[in-house]
Structure formats: C-alpha cells, structure tokens
Design a protein around this ligand. Structure first.
Ligand code: DGY
Length: 278
C-alpha cells in the first residue's frame, strides 16, 4: 500500500514517512493514505483508502461524513497554529487600522502624506468563535488594553454593533456559511474593521465588497470564497489589506503541522489510535 501526498509538506518530520509519492488526486487503487491540504478528495477514486491526513486544522472541503461511512479516518492539525494565526490577525488589525500598506504604497509611489488611521489600543474587539485561536487573539488583545466581546457571551448582532474591530475564528460548516450576512455587515459601526483569517465563505463576500467600496468600514482579509480568486474590485481599494491565506504560514508553524500529520500517519501504519481524528 502507498502513501500519496499532493505535495511535500515543509519540515524535517516529513523524512520520517519514508517513501511517499507526490502527485495529483487521480484515481488509484493502491493508495491507503492520502496527505492533502484541505483539497476535496473523490472517495470513489481511491478504493483502498483508509486515512486522509489533512495538513490543516480546517477540513471544510473534505467529506468527513462520506469518509466515515466508508471506514476512512480523517485527521487534522489542531493546536499548533493558534499563535501564528493570532499573530497575523493582529498584523491585519494594525495594518488596516493604521493604514500601513497604504502608507507603504504611497512612499513607493514617491508620495508623502499624513494618513490618519483609527486607534487599536483601547478599541473594543469582538471575537466571533471562541476556540483555541479566538482565545489566543484575546490574550494578545490584553496587551492592547482592548475590551473584548465574545459570541459565547454576547449575541452576535450585539457584538457586531458594539465592536470597533470584529475578528472571525469559526470553522466553516453549515451553521457558519454566510454567518456574516449583508444584514449583519450593516450592523458594523462606521469606521469599524473586519478581520477574517477563518474562511472566506463565513462572510457574504459580495456584500463585504460593497461595504468596502462604500468606504464605511476597513478590513483585513486572509481568506476568500474561491481561493486563489480574489474579487477584482478589492484589489484597487485602499481600505482593505489582503494576504494570500498565510495565517499559519511560518516556517515554525508549518513544520509543526507537518509533525502532527506525520504522527497521525505513523500511528495509522502501526495500527495505533490516531491522535487527531476529526
Ligand atoms: C488551516 O489550517 O485551516 C489554515 O487555514 C491553513 O489552511
């Protein structure tokens, strides 16, 4: 039986897997382990499949129920990327509120101007989704003297209306798809900042683009509905900071994610309990 991966994932732990084929997810009947990064897997195409080891904490593009029904386990990489994602969240908050990317572009274009931004210290931070990553963001907010509202305690609509900055940390599932709808975006305060490092489809992307075009709010976006497609209208806007889904992309964190993937695959090969079944 073979292990097939969609690419070589970074970090030294990878070598412990031994022989791994790198290739596309095309039909095979000799593969029992697939290593993917949240790419959809056609379960019919892999007759001998027993494990999908996902190099990602989010598994929204993997048919977990279908896999379970066929006796295929799915694992993910929780716990090791909270700090990196929380750090980038704060990077986006600071960059969007203090107009840092706009200032950089201004200078590179030969300009100079005082760009008035919005304060981060003391601003009210609304955290939507209070799992490990949401809590890591809350710890950072303490250092900025920010009052924090959580969806666990404050109803979502109230949180949206009372926060200066709203940051999203929910998984994408049936309940959270379109959670931040057009109507809910309209609840945001004038001058508020929305940060999304979760999944693009948690927000109504078209409605968000319209809010940003109106100039009423600012945003920091690491994720989009149809990656790598980014809505064309966002590219020219000064009030949004865009990053290419890099919240967990540090050498250290990606190496730690590979470690988790490898531990799950090795446990499977030894017939042991899998550490991170979803
Ligand atoms: C995750 O692990 O879910 C991150 O978004 C990287 O894909």
């Amino acid at each position: 039986m073979k292990t097939l991966a969609t690419r070589r994932f970074p970090g030294d732990a990878w070598e412990e897997l031994g022989d791994v084929e790198i290739g596309p997810l095309e039909p095979r009947d000799d593969v029992d382990v697939l290593i993917v990064a949240n790419e959809p897997v056609d379960l019919d195409a892999f007759a001998a499949l027993r494990l999908i080891a996902n190099f990602s904490v989010g598994y929204d593009r993997i048919d977990v129920e279908g896999a379970r029904a066929r006796g295929v386990a799915v694992t993910n990489t929780p716990g090791v990327l909270d700090a990196a994602v929380a750090d980038l969240t704060f990077g986006l908050i600071l960059a969007a509120r203090r107009r840092m990317v706009e200032g950089d572009a201004l200078i590179r274009g030969g300009g100079w101007e005082t760009l008035l931004g919005r304060e981060v210290s003391g601003a009210t931070l609304g955290i939507v989704g209070y799992g490990r990553i949401g809590r890591a963001v809350a710890r950072r907010a303490e250092g900025f003297d920010m009052p924090v509202l959580y969806t666990r305690e404050t109803p979502l609509d109230e949180l949206l209306a009372q926060s200066d900055i709203v940051t999203l940390h929910t998984p994408l599932n049936a309940e959270t798809t379109g959670l931040i709808s057009r109507e809910r975006l309209a609840l945001l305060r004038d001058g508020a900042t929305l940060v999304n490092t979760a999944r693009g489809a948690v927000v109504d992307e078209d409605a968000l683009v319209e809010e940003l075009v109106s100039g009423r709010i600012t945003a920091g976006l690491d994720v989009f509905v149809h990656e790598p497609h980014v809505p064309e209208r966002l590219r020219g806007l000064p009030n949004v900071v865009l990053t290419p889904h890099i919240a967990s992309a540090t050498v250290e964190t990606r190496g730690a994610m590979t470690r988790v993937v490898v531990d799950n695959v090795l446990a499977f090969r030894r017939g042991e309990a899998l550490p991170n079944v979803v």
